[in-house]
Ligand binder design. Sequence first.
Ligand code: MG
Ligand code: MG
Length: 277
Amino acid sequence: MAFRRSGIYKTADELRRLVAPGLLTAASLDAVQSAVRPGVSTLELDAVAEAVIRDGGGEPNFMLVPGYRHTVCASVGDEVVHGIPGARVLAAGDLVSVDSGAQLDGWNGDSARSFVLDDAGRPDVVAERRRLNEVTEQSLWHGIAALASASHLNEVGGAIEDYIDGQGDFGIIEDYTGHGIGRSMHEDPPVFNYRVRGRGPAVRPGLVIAIEPMVTSGGIDTVTHDDGWTVTTRDGSMAAHWEHSIAVHDGGIWVLTAQDGGAAGLAPLGVTPVRIA
Ligand code: MG
Ligand code: MG
């Protein structure tokens, strides 16, 4: 991933401009969440997300990535990230990750959610995939909660890793990271989903990042397919992916890509997000 080099701290006015694209990104995933079910193709989910973003006056920012022609990435089963929407029809029991982003008035949002579809005939498979999905989502909230009190950014990855290690046998993908976000979808600094050497940049008002843990039910090695995009686990294990864009501001943190700023997800962790003034 190429990062745009620039100062990583936004002004108060720039933070305010990130609110609308974050909410539009959230709305696109709300629509996907309402539409996802067995029998729907990943291309149909892509169209649902695109309609919401364009109706809101935005542009799908994934289309601004050279060579990519869709609004979302839809990654099914052992696909980790960057699955290309297409004719593939979702089946009962599928685990699908949908990653979406909106650019609005030159500013960006980026968020991902994963879904496990019901399958009455395979309750054990569904339960195992839902467990992976829940651990992945909760690892994101633990990372966001850590950001709220962190002095340096790499504390986020440490918190994600500690949480996942305590949940059982899961793998944290290390081939991809989160990132800063602003005028570009992908900016400095990288945001690790695991503990690394070094503290990373200071966490202070103006820092805006996308945290996006990718977690597997097996190993952490990945393979990129011949289409140049689709990334799968090497061992065929299932993978889930959750992502939010979060702003650090004078009053605290605010999850830009959640309609409630992250209040519901963070409440069990004792963190209250604060609206950007
Ligand atoms: Mg994303
Ligand atoms: Mg991202």
